[in-house]
Design a protein around this ligand. Sequence first.
Ligand code: FAD
Length: 386
Amino acid sequence: MFEPTYTAGLERLAAFVPHAGRDYASKRNYDNLAHVSALSPYIRHRIITEEDVLKATLARHSPQTAEKFIQEVYWRTYWKGWLEMRPSVWAMYRSDLQAALNRVQTESGLRQEWEAACKGDTGIDCFDHWAKQLADTGYLHNHARMWFASIWIFTLRLPWTLGADFFMRHLLDGDAASNTLSWRWVGGLQTIGKTYLARPDNITKYTEGRFHPTGLATFAAPLDGAPHPARGPLPITDTIDPNLRTGLLITEDDLSPGWLLDQVKPSATAIVQTTPARSPLAVSDPVSGFVTSALSDCAARFEEQLGPMTECAPDALNTWMQSHDLEQVVTSYLPAGPTRDALQGAPLAQIIRPYDMSAWPHATHGFFRFKDKIPKLLGQVQNHAV
Ligand SMILES: Cc1cc2nc3c(=O)[nH]c(=O)nc-3n(C[C@H](O)[C@H](O)[C@H](O)COP(=O)(O)OP(=O)(O)OC[C@H]3O[C@@H](n4cnc5c(N)ncnc54)[C@H](O)[C@@H]3O)c2cc1C
């Protein structure tokens, strides 16, 4: 379903853009791939970027006609900025997940229920269908993700962190910010006191009659959790010394490194595979396969400019630097999440994309405040040459 190449991403974008206006606004809630872009595996890895998507959309539609779609793209940007200012929320998720996995080892009842949910063997037919669809395809429609998370938390009463981890292991677009904060939002931890309850009539309507679930929770009390941590400062972009012998590191967080080449003339380039860091458990074969092929596609795409690239394990970075006599290694900024965790302590100069630099500072409060800035941000997107 998802070919991990830049060309396939561009083709999907071109095919979707004509529908990004009123079609998308009126039909996007139906659990049907025909009504959404299915671009998230590409955007997540920046095989194609948010800017590519917004520019292509604005070349065809007015900002008003494509308002809904543009807002959805900015939801991703908003979540990234929000987490960047509160990275301890990701660290907290990881430690709560480990605690839940420890419980799974010692509580056989919990283990059986968790396994049944992951296998799609709960007896709730829509939920079981989505669990299998996710494992088979690496993708779920947004509405299905909301229903699935809600049933996981409020009907099956399983720890939300185990559900978020199930998504991280199977979603091709598995992303620390969008995934963790969306699960928190469903459970009432993100927008304090506001939960998302999956309702049978809503599922029936938006699956066009495919499912009529019974026995779902009828009430969704917010989960207990720590208050939001205080907002910290945003990262600043590192300085590159043009006189040093420089290497370029490409990670799965940004597979369009062309924008960095105005600033860096690398003597050597490495690509690093950090997908296993998405979960303490094994990530699915479709996810590993997608990322491995996407990294190779990026290496092939930039070979003419950058020469052959070395595949490098996260812990072999220093050896690679020494073998090429590198004095600094530049990479596109690593946002809070598995890649940053896997490369913790590596001597990297991290450069933040102008798109993120302009948008993230506005992710201070809720999305509705951020949304007011979209017209100004869109103006900047149209003026950027990237
Ligand atoms: C519980 C839960 C977990 C999620 N986990 C992830 C995740 O790990 N990675 C991820 O990319 N998205 C996640 N989402 C958000 C959203 O479901 C997906 O981005 C969207 O379904 C991707 O499909 P699409 O490309 O067809 O989206 P479209 O509707 O075509 O939207 C276009 C793009 O906008 C962005 N986008 C759309 N909706 C959202 C949203 N609600 N939040 C953030 N970005 C959005 C995506 O980059 C998407 O590709 C999650 C949502 C929920 C409810």
